[in-house]
Design a protein around this ligand. Structure first.
Ligand SMILES: [Zn+2]
Length: 270
């Protein structure tokens, strides 16, 4: 059973499917018509904005903690990260997957884009953190440029990021962390951000570190899911056998994922 990870089986959504999905929710066609996608040169700026459900925002220090993690984990020499906190959002469900798959969060963003409500979307990733459960998949969901994930109560217990990972000569060389609830939750948050930017599960890899198999954010718990059939990443890295080995998580996107992100050129235009 793969019930405690980034198990969010979903077809790759085309823009048309997204718009049909949005139109099927309460967004008016006119509102939805304002969402568009721009092609541009591989980006030198990555805009990521975070929102929290009222309940998620109730955990002390959560916005600073999540922002610190994302600042460290999404920084890259290929873009200037513009990370911001959009504030709190009233939601009808804390379910971190359903709030997007059911259309509520995309509709709120679409409405904000035309000046209804006070949610102001950015062009690359609009991420909503809720206090939804993290034990039964799906726990998060993503569409192009739109993502949500539950688990605020676990994110609030994460240690400062400076206390995680391997530091060599003052530089972090790898962010391998234990496979525990708070670290799994932040990895799933990265996983959904990756999907929002166009990454798929097989952009991720797993690798051995002695007797431990370490999964990167896009592969995540699929690394030890017997139903996940792929045996290698789309870049050709073969996944190791996990039988009898310990499990750990990396909070660093694989080289395969980073290569794809470096050519990312889409953006939501409003
Ligand atoms: Zn996924």
């Amino acid at each position: 059973m793969n019930d405690e990870g980034a198990s969010d089986e979903r077809p790759a959504l085309t823009r048309r499917q997204l718009l049909v999905g949005l139109a099927g929710s309460t967004a008016s066609v006119a509102t939805v018509g304002t969402l568009g996608y721009a092609r541009r040169e591989p980006t030198d700026r990555l805009e990521v904005r975070l929102w929290f459900s009222d309940r998620a925002a109730g955990y002390d220090g959560i916005a600073d903690r999540v922002r610190d993690y994302l600042k460290a984990l999404l920084s890259d020499e290929h873009w200037e990260l513009e990370l911001s906190v959009g504030g709190t959002v009233a939601v009808s469900t804390e379910d971190g997957a359903r709030v997007t798959s059911g259309g509520e969060w995309p509709t709120t963003l679409a409405s904000g884009a035309v000046g209804v409500g006070d949610v102001d979307p950015v062009s690359d990733v609009n991420l909503l953190v809720t206090d939804g459960q993290m034990t039964t998949a799906p726990t998060g969901f993503a569409l192009p440029h739109v993502a949500s994930v539950g688990g605020a109560r676990y994110l609030a217990t994460l240690p400062p990021i400076a206390e995680l990972g391997t530091v060599r000569d003052g530089e972090v060389v790898h962010r391998t962390v234990p496979n525990e609830r708070p670290t799994r939750t932040i990895q799933i948050l990265l996983h959904e951000i990756g999907h929002a930017l166009g990454l798929e599960h097989d952009h991720g890899v797993a690798f051995r570190s002695e007797e431990t198999v370490v999964a990167t954010p896009m592969l995540s718990s699929y690394a030890w899911d017997p139903d996940y059939k792929q045996d290698r990443s789309r870049c050709g890295t073969v996944y190791p056998s996990t039988a009898g080995r310990d499990r750990a998580l990396s909070l660093t996107f694989s080289t395969c994922s980073r290569r794809e992100l470096e050519s990312y050129s889409g953006g939501l235009t409003l």
